[in-house]
Design a protein around this ligand. Sequence first.
Ligand SMILES: *Cc1c(COP(=O)(O)O)cnc(C)c1O
Length: 300
Amino acid sequence: MSAPRDWESPVETFDGLSAELGVDLVVQRDDLLPFPLAGNKVRKLHAEAREAGWARGDVLISNGGVDSNHCRTLALMAAKLGAHAHLVLHGEAGSREAGVLRLLTSMGATFDVVSSDEIADTIALRRTEYELSSDTVHVIAGGAHTRAGVQSYIDAGKVGLDAVGPDHVVVASGTGATHAGLHIAARRHAERVVVTGISIARQAERGRAAVMEAVGWVDPDAIESVRFDARFVDGGYARASATTRRVVDWAWRQGLPLDSTYTGKAMRGLVELVREGTIRPGERVLFWHTGGLMNHLATL
Ligand SMILES: *Cc1c(COP(=O)(O)O)cnc(C)c1O
């Protein structure tokens, strides 16, 4: 798949946010990568595409929530490539979800909406069906939670760390591949930099274990130093407290678009780390923006 090997996203400063926080805030805008619906799935999926050698006419099967950024990014990449995306979606297919499902259909993707315990069987069934018609099938892990996905954020992290020279990096942590990649990048290239993943859904033990596992795929030596902060999950995936929503609004008013599912929780974590003194006044903080604009629009 033709794509720039090392994409760079803009790095921006936000004077208003920096002044109010009392730190030197820099934002890595992966929400502005040159691909529509931009966010961290763009980097992770392009890395997958390169590694697995997706080609025109192939079938790409993956899974995620109905409103998953991973699935719609995959659908768009498949459309651009001339491949077919088949998505196994979990969650509701009610009227609120009709719009996101229509978006997938408009990109030529097909999908099943199933309950969580039917995902694995449905993927296996679809794979068999497509292979019987002699298609080349790639099954991609949900969220592109893969070694290639981690590697894409080691590469991006090195570029960002070199360019910004931060004391801290803060990023939303879901399945953990993005966090894992940035963590390894810091351990390798900027040892004193502290990378904190703010959990957007998982509780501390399970979430940290998943990040550590992903780190271990590439760099077992870096496992122990993983920092995973699960204090701001607000009751789970796509649930947001009034505090998180206030942080989201505060950032939008300073010109930084956030969402309450992912980046708003990460920014709330950053605010708390500053408040409690883990991030000290005047320190340089790289907030790694992972996308989420579609999630925000869906909650308005
Ligand atoms: C998927 C996603 C994340 C989480 O990334 P992981 O690599 O799964 O931890 C964060 N932010 C946004 C906007 C996402 O879509």
